[in-house]
Write a protein that binds this ligand. Sequence first.
Ligand code: BG6
Length: 520
Amino acid sequence: MATIQMKVRPEDLSQVEKGGERIPDPGILVIFGASGDLTKRKLLPALYHLRQNKLLPANFAIVGVARRPLGDEFAADMKEGIVEFGGGDASDPILDEFASHISYYALKFDDPAEYAGLNAELDRIDKEKNIGGRRLFYLATAPEFFAGIIENLGAQGMAQPEQNQVAIVIEKPFGHDLDSARELNHKVNAVFHESQVFRIDHYLGKETVQNLLVFRFANGIFEPIWNRNFIDHVQITVAETLGVEGRGPFYEKAGALRDVVQNHMMELLSLVALEPPSSFEAESVRREKLKVWQAIPSIPILNAVRGQYGPGIVQGEHVIGYRDEERVNPESGTETYAALKLQIENWRWAGVPFYMRAGKRMRKRATEITIQFKQPPLLIFNRMKSSGPCQEIQPNLLSIRIQPDEGIALRMGAKVPTSSQMSVCPVYMDFDYESAFGKSSANGYERLLLDAMLGDQTLFSHRDGVETNWALYTPIIEAWAAKKPEVFPNYFAGTWGPECSDRLLEKGDHVWRNELGRKA
Ligand code: BG6
């Protein structure tokens, strides 16, 4: 395959201004649900990397909160997690120094009487470390505890909406349908002002997701063709090779639509489709994203398909089907795959189909956005009687690889030099993050935690956005719940999903692009 690698020149990189990074003011980060996987695998490794990169203030504290009586065990366990999941070195002195800022407080989330004790403990730490009252609460518990914790913080006077000292980060899922999301938003805003609320979607912390905005708005060449006149259709794929990884009870209630499509994929879609914001400030970016979501008409049920994986072979390994996973109903109707066709009814996108699919236990792990451009008006080369394998002219494609092998590739047609005839072959211009900038260890949470500590809401969801997306998906969720699928499982693990998802595209004369991944 002919590929032109795109390179960063060292002299250009050295021109990029070093330093100038913002460091948050002193503060206490209070993590509710601290004994869970998220804290150990993602949050603490991310905080440790921030510490390594000197992006945390000198006076800071991390207080883990959960029901179990853990005491000092907690900090030791977090150190292990940093080594195992965050690439930390057990003998690194920064790790010990970092761990000295971690403590633990045992509390029953739903017992209001216990919050006074937590408040007193935070005051004590605050005084000892001279922190000055700044607190960031992080809800990493099961979602059923969110509302109770928020109410209890409010009742204890710990939310302080009138001062600019306290904020709250709320993990997904933010509700399970439109009504529950509205109710939760209502409860959150009864205690916290919207400017204190950080609804997290870890996709927005990914470098390549942020690069989408840079790619679109720091380069003049794409904007003129970024519309219905030049773009034929857009595909967004979030394919995972993993199954439900022991999260059966959670996944049974969620399914692919709630777990990934309604949030992560809609964020990706909005960044592909939004109008240029007037600035990179939270309000401007959020406003433009919201306009995209609001322009999506309700999705006809025939334009949504679902699937569930049966047993199969993933990357050479035999794996069990979804219904045989631990703590999953053997007759489960939960979808592990969802695909949709939707439209954005505005001047830029009218008539351009957006196809989205997300699935577990797929053939390959790949999160990718593909923009397929329209063919030239006259395919003069196709008319020539040439022979050889490359004669069919393929449309230009822009593939944005979110993960793995983060990068961007543009497919073009080029003449095959040795051919005596006019044969055209696809070639790629491929920009690869790792070879250009070196591998980044960031897991998305680093950037988002830092932004939340700095009070920057740009990469966080606003209540209006969350509700607009739930309004779009709730009818499909309800229709699917009302009618159990007749043929589940309908795809083998290790494949590209059920056949019915191909039919979704055939109507528009399109096909799913399954050659995902690096082009070089
Ligand atoms: C989470 C979902 O939000 O995103 C998981 O709950 C999914 O089911 C994960 O596996 C995917 O995230 P990433 O960063 O691995 O693409």
